[in-house]
Write a protein that binds this ligand. Structure first.
Ligand code: 4F9
Length: 288
């Protein structure tokens, strides 16, 4: 099923050009998604094609008027109603909105059509937003010159959740942030570059060890840089964290035994090993 993104904007070319290249362009040509950039100015309804005016109450800047935005949105919704028998969600790009994240990207990828409304100047008359039932969405705590870049950010993040948009190679590496942790560092050839070595475990060929190393890197980086994400991960994955605790405990015991043997060998003197044949009850033999 093809997903259609309707972008309502005063700068439709900006949106068309940006989304016509690379991964999204390829997906569009494959028929997996469609970008419908609609010029709000086409709905001005006056010979001057004007769509903005001064704000009531004063203050700097112009505001996009309600009528062109409303008419533009209704025109697009009319087509959507014919195709999917229900109106599409209308997302208004705004710093006042709900913060966009990966969970929201996954949620939006379930829709067949979406309307992304882009404001300019000081924004859009609040009555139009009410009339079209706009949901305000923010991509972060900063102010831009318009909603086009946020709309493109959302389209990009949602599109890569659509089956077939990413190749297998590309989709495999999404799983890291998708699991709620930050990415571990990655390396390619050469094994030594500018005097810096690739961590030896990655050259070992031991896939289980590599997985553990990557998980540990992800955990450490997330704990250091994003304690909020780390706490959430620990809360949401008690089983994984318990498995990890057991693994670390097991490694600690093995290391301790190794050190003890080493000391014994060094001293050359006999210590009491008479209990070594008895299984340690705290040893965990479950497969990992
Ligand atoms: C929208 C900023 C969403 C961040 C829209 C000026 C915006 C924005 N997230 N800034 N117009």
């Amino acid at each position: 099923m093809r997903m259609i993104f309707h972008v309502l904007t005063l700068f439709p070319d900006m949106v068309r050009t940006a989304l016509d290249s690379s991964v999204l362009g390829r997906a569009a040509r494959k028929g997996l998604l469609q970008i419908n950039a609609v010029n709000i100015r086409d709905f001005s309804g006056n010979i001057h094609n004007s769509v903005d005016d001064y704000t009531y109450g004063g203050g700097a800047g112009m505001l996009m008027q309600a009528q062109p935005v409303y008419d533009c949105c209704c025109s697009v919704q009319a087509g959507i109603l014919e195709r999917q028998k229900k109106p599409a969600r209308v997302l208004y790009m705004s710093p006042q909105g709900r913060t966009f994240d990966q969970d929201m990207a996954k949620e939006l990828a379930l829709e067949e059509e979406l309307i992304l409304l882009c404001g300019h100047y000081e924004g859009i008359d609040a009555r139009a937003l009410t009339a079209v039932r706009a949901e305000e969405v923010s991509i972060g705590d900063f102010v831009l010159t318009g909603g086009e870049l946020p709309a493109m950010v959302i389209i990009d993040a949602v599109s890569r959740m659509i089956p077939g948009v990413l190749g297998n190679q590309e989709s495999a590496d999404t799983d890291s942030f998708m699991n709620g942790l930050l990415e571990y560092p990655q390396y390619s050839r050469p094994a030594v570059w500018d005097g810096m070595e690739v961590p030896p475990v990655l050259l070992s060929g031991d896939h289980a060890k590599v997985d553990i190393w990557r998980f540990e890197q992800s955990l450490a980086i997330t704990k250091e840089r994003r304690p909020d994400l780390y706490e959430k991960f620990v809360r949401d994955n008690p089983g994984l964290m318990e498995e990890r605790r057991k693994r670390i405990e097991r490694e600690r015991r093995i290391e301790e035994r190794r050190r003890r043997k080493e000391r014994q060998a060094e001293n050359g003197k006999k210590e009491d090993n008479s209990n070594d044949h008895i299984a340690d009850p705290s040893d965990d033999h479950t497969p990992h």
